[in-house]
Design a binder for this molecule. Structure first.
Ligand code: EPZ
Length: 417
């Protein structure tokens, strides 16, 4: 069942609960490798990428008890296989996040190189360079990262490029290293800070996460801990963009507005009326959106993971918008599909010029990556007639029960073979 059939023209209305954040759950699951005692998690989203990570940990010898209600207990006391094989890593590049923890706790690791993906080359050279700075000996053999380090030693690491999982991998490696590690030009995403808070609950000594300089003082071991995964800000932003594109009114529950400042700012610029609570965001779109331009940037800038969703809104907005994608080199594939629905988009390198049209026309389109899938749903909701989105297995990687949640907001959406 990997198609979605959507009948457009419905104004979304109602309330929707946000699930746990995929990009916090994945590094936190891998952090369990660092401890000989169980890590008990709550609010873990039910996503394909989470299932893949749990499968990877299980193959390594961890016991993973996923109770199916968002609570997962991982026990890595006895890891028999310090390897992340190609057949798993190629389906989810975030598997690279087992490298740092494996090396820190067990002194060796064999992790397949992730390879490229639809949105870009996505090298892991900064992960490797940082681990070498911590004293790891690393070679690349037959597509695998072979790493060894009897004991990692703290170091000062400057990240040439702001990298989310690069920062997370090195932070996890450093928590068991000897001495102090300073990561400069670190990623500031809330998911990075979330990982640090979870590591500290496990007994680590990490400070400054969420800022561009993170200090980690190594400890000998970590201990059991409980942790509740933060809400998914990108899922929240996706529902807000969908409501704006359909001139609807939604209350997004469980989202932290402080993690979406750049996105809320753009939606207000587009004409949305937004009120926020401690963990909720209310959006009303009284009339057709005004086109808004954006340039993606590392946090707290406008998230690249929201670029495709904003483009969908701009496609049906009044006016012309310029969208510049500065993080990944090939993250406009959704534009080609939207043009099949009548969108007026011109691509020039990492810049897209979007001329809003009064309405898109439903069509058969194909999802190419996770956030592209979400943007095609938004376009379909705002279009006239029926849209069929193929290859939505991309969507299932990062959105929990999206058609149930959208149906709850009035959308006419169903899954089909
Ligand atoms: C994380 O990917 C997210 N994934 C991505 O979300 C997100 O788009 C991205 O950060 C940017 O915010 C997870 O957290 C699991 P990067 P990551 O390392 O860490 C270059 C989604 O939709 N780079 O921050 O892989 C890289 O090519 C996914 O949920 C190097 O050159 O991204 C890119 O241009 C998609 N060398 C830039 O840095 C390296 O060693 C930022 O990438 C590492 C990265």
């Amino acid at each position: 069942m990997d198609k979605l059939v959507i009948e457009g023209g419905v104004r979304l209305a109602g309330e929707v609960d946000i699930s746990g954040a995929k990009n916090a759950a994945l590094p936190v699951l891998c952090a369990a490798i660092l401890s000989a005692e169980p890590l008990e998690l709550a609010n873990v989203p039910r996503l394909r990428d989470v299932a893949t990570t749990e499968k990877l940990l299980g193959q390594m010898g961890a016991s993973v008890a996923d109770r199916g209600d968002g609570s997962v207990v991982i026990d890595c006391a006895q890891l028999a296989r310090l390897e992340a094989p190609y057949e798993l890593v190629r389906t989810m590049r975030a598997s690279i996040l087992v490298l740092g923890p494996m090396l820190a706790r067990h002194g060796r690791a064999r992790v397949s190189l992730p390879g490229g993906c639809a949105i870009g080359q996505r090298p892991v050279d900064l992960h490797i360079k940082g681990l070498q700075a911590l004293g790891a000996e690393i070679s690349i053999e037959h597509g695998y990262i072979e790493a060894r380090a009897p004991r990692l030693r703290g170091a000062r690491i400057f990240m040439d490029i702001v990298s989310v999982t690069g920062t997370e991998n090195l932070m996890m490696a450093a928590v068991l290293a000897q001495g102090r590690t300073v990561i400069e030009n670190a990623a500031r995403e809330p998911e990075v800070a979330e990982l640090a808070h979870c590591l500290n609950a496990m007994g680590a000594r990490v400070s400054g996460a969420g800022e561009s300089e993170i200090v980690i003082d190594g400890v000998d071991r970590l201990h059991r801990a409980q942790w509740r995964i933060m809400p998914d800000r990108i899922e929240a932003g996706t529902f807000l963009a969908a409501a704006a594109a359909t001139r609807g009114e939604v209350l997004v529950r469980g989202a932290n507005p402080a993690h979406l400042s750049a996105v809320l700012d753009k939606l207000r610029e587009a004409g949305a009326r937004i009120d926020t609570g401690a963990d909720s965001i209310h959006l009303l779109m009284p009339e057709r959106a005004r086109a808004v331009s954006v340039r993606t940037a590392p946090y707290p800038g406008f998230a690249t993971d929201m670029q495709a969703q904003l483009m969908a809104l701009d496609c049906v907005a009044e006016g012309t918008a310029t969208i510049v994608e500065t993080i990944f080199e090939n993250r406009f594939m959704h534009a080609l599909e939207m043009k099949r629905m009548g969108a007026q988009i011109e691509i020039d390198g990492n810049t897209a010029i979007v001329q809003g049209v009064p309405a898109l026309d439903g069509a058969a389109v194909m999802a190419t990556d996770l956030r592209a899938s979400a943007s095609l749903i938004i376009a379909a909701l705002a279009a006239r007639g029926e849209t069929v989105i193929d290859r939505i297995y991309h969507l299932d990687r990062g959105y929990e029960a999206i058609e149930r949640k959208l149906s709850g907001l009035g959308a006419r959406i169903r899954r089909a073979a």
